[in-house]
Every structure is written in structure tokens, then in C-alpha cells.
Design a protein around this ligand. Structure first.
Ligand code: WTA
Length: 655
């Protein structure tokens, strides 16, 4: 068979083998899989040597399901691993971040030595404010270097950061502050959005009205707008930092010291405070970063285009890359801040070699046209990554062709806030890639696809994705709620971690992710629960009942469709409801975040329910996606569904 014929066949089956050139210089060798599988614990222990330990661990794993301790007797400081050790090794002049502003032409370059000075000053300043080991600190900041400095300074003190995405509302912020009893908040006056300031401090002021335990607020000046000021509580970042020394002697903490809390949506209205500890999490981040991004630390410029307010930013903008000593681009703006070709300009200007982003963004960039990436020199790119939601083959192929010029492997990485780091992905240079497949578990990770009874499914079959063995980056729990932790992840299949995702193995045994199988929606790669949005809707005085579903959407993956019944008099009911619908959308946006704003709200006199009174979301999803309705015999009133389907036809989608 000629090479061309083989290539054609592979194209047909849409599998892309690693190129010989890539395979020859790749970090990982095929033997890594067998080596890790032969003794996963020994393999992870070896990976932990990538870190600088104050006291080297002798133990690897203590496992008492669902409680894990990794490298339990080791002593470590996360901040030392991310900055000090690189400076000590003579790499202080290496750029840690090329920070690129929302505003074109504005940027900052921060070396590891400068980062160390900033982190030490911040650690001294936070100590002066009273922050101590174990304290929880809420971080509500945009994509600026101070966000990283804050996280590292807190980690340095053994304090726990809870970064709340700056797009969340005051209500969402206060509930997160209260849940983990944060005593300090670090924020900014505002964020820049397409050249316009978008205030943040007012949301903090509003949130803190219900958080009496917060004693100090630190405010970074980003936009320069007027801010309300609470004397004795509020402090300007610059004023606090100015007198501080750039020297700070770190303490060392047990490997299982809690490093961070990250709230994520579950199937109830109350977000879960997923927490991660230090040694295992860092080991997972640095190891996956090294192999999956085929890190060439001296020459690479890597760009994880995500927000630090989500786990992707924590693991692959902050901890993984910094622990590895990498040089990155950190971008503050939106994909179209300053024009729809902004991304391509950034890649060309900084010579970005590895790009990691979400399918939603890829689809958006794709919509904006092939001529935009074609107009810029993207030849520096060597590898592309995607994360956060299933990627449709069309977007994958577009990414490969128009961004990667058919020359960059694509790593489709499956993982979760709970897993801490990447769990399934191709390995560049080793595994073939297929458009839309996460392919295979990362070395040292045990995943399976199981049926309802927890039995492994065969090739060509689908089921639930589970992890069958503990891994270093795994969450150590839900903050303050061990029962919920067990019930959510460890009770469905005995001995296995239940991820909440559907998956299938194709005929070759490769892994494809099929989306959530619970009431969690994935909107533009952001996790939201249906109940959370329903809760916000019924909080509006006019709303009697609400049912929310995630319906497929060409750009955002899923979009929120809400079915709402109102408390209305006959007279009110006869009025034009368009203003009310808009009011409800704004209400959700204000209560949770603009990302939770329903694409569509359908007012309906009734909701379809089972005889036991449960709202039939599956049916509503079918309705919202215009699918033929399945079995409705268990409905109390089957006509309701057809009526809703009728309403949907007539109202059409908004926005
Ligand atoms: C989904 C983001 C398909 C999945 C790192 C998971 C994916 C949820 C992929 C976690 C992928 C993430 N392919 N689906 N490559 N990556 N997901 O906690 O449903 O924000 O459960 O973590 O995103 O979202 P989270």
C-alpha cells in the first residue's frame, strides 16, 4: 500500500497517526503506558520527584475510600515550587507571563524573578492583614497578573484560596464566601471588557452585606473607576504592597495541606466547594502538563486561553505551568477585544507554540471565518488542545486545518474540577488522534466505561465513565460536606469514582465523551446545574414553577431553555409577556451570572410531571430540541407536552 493510500484511508476513518517528526522529538515514549500500568503508584511517586520537597515523601498513597492521602508524609510549599526554585536555579530572567491586556498595545512581561518579588511582597502584606495557615480567602479578580500573585502568596502562607469567577453575581459570591467562611476577599475595582471598564467592587460590597465575618478586602486598581470605600475594611493593593519587603521565608506544609477550593455546580441548587490539597495536585498538574503539551521548557510559549476563575486556569495557567517553569501568554480580553483576529495577532506576536482552549471558542472563531487565521503567521504553533466539553468533529477538523495547518496534533483532554488535572487525552507523538475523541486514559490513570450494573462495556458500546483507582490530583472532598462527597461520587458504583459523564468505546477501544448524564448543563464549557437556574427563576415574585433544560446549541454546546409557569391573574395573563420574559432573563443573570442567562424562556400554563410529581426534564429537552416525543404515558397530563411544543414553535429563539 502506498503512503498516499494509507493516508487516504486514515483520513476516511478520520484517525491521524502521529507524524514521524513529532514522534522523534516527543517527550513521552510509548513505553510510558506500560511502565505506568505495571506499577501506577511507583510511577506517580517517580513523577512527584519533579517537585521540590522540603521533606521527601516516603509514602505514596493511603486509600480509605473515599479518602485519599498522596505523598502523605512529604512536606512542601506550592509557591516555592512555582517560583523560588526556578529563580534559585538561575532561571530568574525567564519570562513567566507575557500578560496581554484587553486593550490592544498594552502588555506586561513578568519574569520568574519579578514574580517572586511580587509573591513575597503579597505574602508579607497578607500576613500583616492577619491571614494565617488554613484561612479561607475569596479571590474575585479578572485576568491580571495580581490574580496569580494572590493565589501563590496565599499558598505560600498555607492559606486556602477560593477563586470565584469574576463573571459571577454578588449573590453567587456571597454564598461561596459564606459556605467556606472566608475572612478575606481580594478583588479589583473592575475588569476591562472590549475596552470598557466593567465594575467588580460593587458586587463585593453587595455580597459582603450578608458576610459579616469578612474582616479585610484588598482592591487592585485595574480600571481606575470610582469605588465605594469602607474605611477600616478596604485596602488598595498598591498601598499595601508598597512598604513590603521582597524577602519572605516560606514555611513548609504537609502534602495534604488544603491548597484551594473551587466551587462547581452539582445537581442541586447549592454549588459544591471542591477542594484540592498540595502534593498530589501539583504532581498531577506538572506531569500532565509536561507530557500532554509536550513541554519544551526552554523554547515553548504556551497559551491556555481560559479564565483563572475556573479549574482549567488553576491547573494549566497557574500551578502546572509555573511548577514546570514554563513561559506563557496570559490574555485578559475576550476573543474579539480589539477585533476578531485578536487571537491570531497574539499568537503571531508572541510566537505561541501550544494553544489550549474550549470547543465553544473554537466554534466562535470558526464562525468568524477562515480568512482571519489565514491572515496571520501561525507557523509557531506545534500543538493544539481542547477542554471543557465534547468537541464536534467539524470544529476539530477546522481547528486542525485552519489553526494547526494539518501539522499540529490535537489533544482533546477530558477532566473535571474534581479530578484536578487531565484524565483522558491522546499523547502527542504516541497516540493517534480522532476528531472528537479523548482516546485514552493518561498514564497512571484508570478509567472505564460501565453499564448500569457497573460492568465494563465492550468496544462499540456506551455507558458511564468511571475511575477505577485513585489518582494524585483527585479532589479530597466537598468542603464541609463529606456525606455529599460520598453520595455524589462514590455511592453509584461501589469502589469507583462516578464522573457524571456518558462515554463510549469505539471499535478500536478508544474513548469518546458523550456529555453529562445528570442535571448538569455545559454552557460554553461552563458548568451550571438546572436546579441552580430553576432556583433563581422561582426566586422571582411572578414565577410559580420553573423547569430548566440544556438544549443543544451550535456555538455554546448547550444553551439554557427554561419553561416557566407564572402567578398571574387572568387580566395580567392576557398582556404581552415579552418584557416579563426579558426581566426574568435579567433576573437570572443578576442572581447567578450572565453565563446563566436563559437563551429562551417559554411561559406555559403547566409543566409535564410524572404521577409522583417529578418534572419530566427529559421530555422538555426533547421539546426544546424539537425531537419527536418519546413515551409520555407516565405523565399526569400528556397534553401539556404537546402544548409546550406548540408554544416553542410560535415563540422562536431569542438572541
Ligand atoms: C465536560 C473542566 C468532553 C464533562 C476541566 C465534565 C468534557 C465537565 C471534556 C467538567 C472533553 C470536560 N470532552 N467533555 N474533553 N472536558 N468536559 O468541572 O462533562 O468545569 O464532566 O472542568 O466538562 O467541567 P469542569
Amino acid at each position: 500500500m502506498t503512503e498516499a493510500k494509507l493516508e487516504a484511508l486514515l483520513q476516511e476513518s478520520r484517525a491521524f497517526p502521529p507524524t514521524a517528526e513529532f514522534a522523534a522529538q516527543a517527550n513521552a515514549q510509548p513505553s510510558i503506558y506500560t511502565e505506568a500500568a505495571a506499577d501506577p503508584l511507583a510511577w506517580w511517586h517517580k513523577q512527584a520527584e519533579r517537585l521540590t520537597w522540603h521533606t521527601e515523601p516516603t509514602s505514596t498513597l493511603e486509600w480509605d475510600l473515599p479518602n485519599a492521602k498522596w505523598f502523605g508524609d512529604g512536606m512542601i510549599n506550592a509557591s516555592v515550587n512555582c517560583v523560588d526554585r526556578h529563580v534559585a536555579a538561575g532561571r530568574g530572567d525567564k519570562v513567566a507571563y507575557h500578560w496581554v491586556s484587553d486593550i490592544e498595545g498594552e502588555s506586561r512581561t513578568i519574569t520568574y524573578a519579578q514574580l517572586l518579588d511580587m509573591v513575597c511582597k503579597a505574602a508579607n502584606a497578607f500576613t500583616q492583614l492577619g491571614v494565617k495557615q488554613g484561612d479561607r480567602v475569596a479571590v474575585y479578580l479578572p485576568m491580571i497578573p495580581e490574580t496569580v500573585v494572590t493565589m501563590l502568596a496565599l499558598a505560600r502562607l498555607g492559606a486556602i484560596h477560593s477563586v470565584v469567577f469574576a463573571g459571577f453575581s454578588a449573590d453567587a459570591l456571597s454564598s461561596r464566601i459564606l459556605d467556606s467562611d472566608c475572612r478575606f476577599v481580594v478583588t479589583a475595582d473592575g475588569a476591562m471588557r472590549r475596552g470598557t471598564p466593567s465594575p467588580l467592587k460593587p458586587a463585593v460590597d453587595e455580597a459582603l452585606q450578608s458576610c459579616p465575618n469578612v474582616q479585610s478586602v484588598v482592591v487592585v486598581k485595574r480600571t481606575g473607576g470610582d469605588v465605594n470605600w469602607v474605611e477600616g475594611r478596604d485596602n488598595w493593593w498598591d498601598d499595601l504592597m508598597a512598604p513590603q519587603s521582597t524577602e519572605h521565608t516560606p514555611e513548609y506544609f504537609p502534602s495534604e495541606q488544603t491548597l484551594l477550593i473551587m466551587y462547581t455546580s452539582g445537581t442541586t441548587a447549592k454549588p459544591k466547594g471542591i477542594f484540592h490539597t498540595t502534593g498530589g495536585y501539583l504532581t498531577h498538574c506538572i506531569t500532565t502538563y509536561h507530557y500532554i503539551f509536550d513541554l519544551k521548557v526552554d523554547t515553548d510559549v504556551l497559551w491556555t486561553a481560559a479564565d483563572i476563575g475556573w479549574i482549567t486556569g488553576h491547573s494549566y495557567i497557574v500551578y502546572g505551568p509555573l511548577a514546570a517553569g514554563a513561559t506563557q501568554v496570559m490574555y485578559e480580553g475576550l476573543p474579539d477585544s480589539g477585533g476578531r483576529d485578536r487571537w491570531w495577532k497574539i499568537i503571531a506576536q508572541y510566537g505561541v507554540s501550544k494553544l489550549y482552549t474550549a470547543p465553544t471558542t473554537i466554534r466562535t472563531l470558526m464562525k468568524w471565518g477562515d480568512d482571519l487565521p489565514a491572515g496571520h503567521d501561525l507557523s509557531s504553533l506545534k500543538l493544539l488542545g481542547t477542554v471543557g466539553e465534547p468537541i464536534n468533529p467539524e470544529a476539530w477538523m477546522w481547528y486542525r486545518k485552519n489553526v494547526g495547518h494539518d501539522n499540529c496534533p490535537i489533544v482533546d483532554t477530558w477532566w473535571q474540577t474534581e479530578t484536578g488535572g487531565i484524565m483522558a487525552t491522546p499523547l502527542p507523538g504516541i497516540t493517534a488522534t480522532k476528531p472528537g475523541a479523548a482516546m485514552t486514559p493518561f498514564p497512571g490513570i484508570s478509567l472505564d466505561v460501565v453499564d448500569n450494573e457497573g460492568q465494563s462495556v465492550g468496544n462499540g458500546e456506551g455507558g458511564y465513565l468511571v475511575a477505577t483507582a485513585p489518582w494524585p490530583g483527585m479532589t479530597r472532598g466537598i468542603y464541609g460536606d463529606p456525606e455529599r462527597f460520598f453520595a455524589t461520587y462514590w455511592a453509584r458504583f461501589p469502589g469507583m469514582y462516578f464522573a457524571g459523564d456518558g462515554a463510549k468505546r469505539d471499535d478500536d477501544g478508544d474513548l469518546w465523551l458523550l456529555g453529562r448524564i445528570d442535571d448538569v448543563m455545559n454552557i460554553s464549557g461552563h458548568r451550571l446545574s438546572t436546579t441552580e437556574v430553576e432556583h433563581a427563576l422561582v426566586g422571582h415574585p411572578m414565577v410559580a414553577e420553573a423547569a430548566v433544560v440544556g438544549a443543544s446549541d451550535d456555538t455554546t454546546g448547550q444553551a439554557i431553555v427554561a419553561f416557566v409557569t407564572l402567578k398571574l391573574s387572568a387580566e395580567e395573563a392576557s398582556k404581552d409577556q415579552a418584557p416579563l420574559i426579558e426581566e426574568l432573563r435579567q433576573h437570572v443573570s443578576h442572581t447567578i451570572s450572565p453565563i446563566a442567562k436563559p437563551r429562551q424562556i417559554i411561559l406555559t400554563p403547566d409543566l409535564p410531571k410524572t404521577r409522583s410529581g417529578k418534572i419530566m426534564r427529559r421530555l422538555l429537552r426533547d421539546v426544546a430540541e424539537h425531537r419527536t416525543l418519546g413515551d409520555v404515558t407516565t405523565l399526569t397530563d400528556p397534553t401539556v407536552v404537546n402544548m409546550i411544543a406548540g408554544l416553542l414553535e410560535t415563540e422562536g429563539a431569542e438572541d
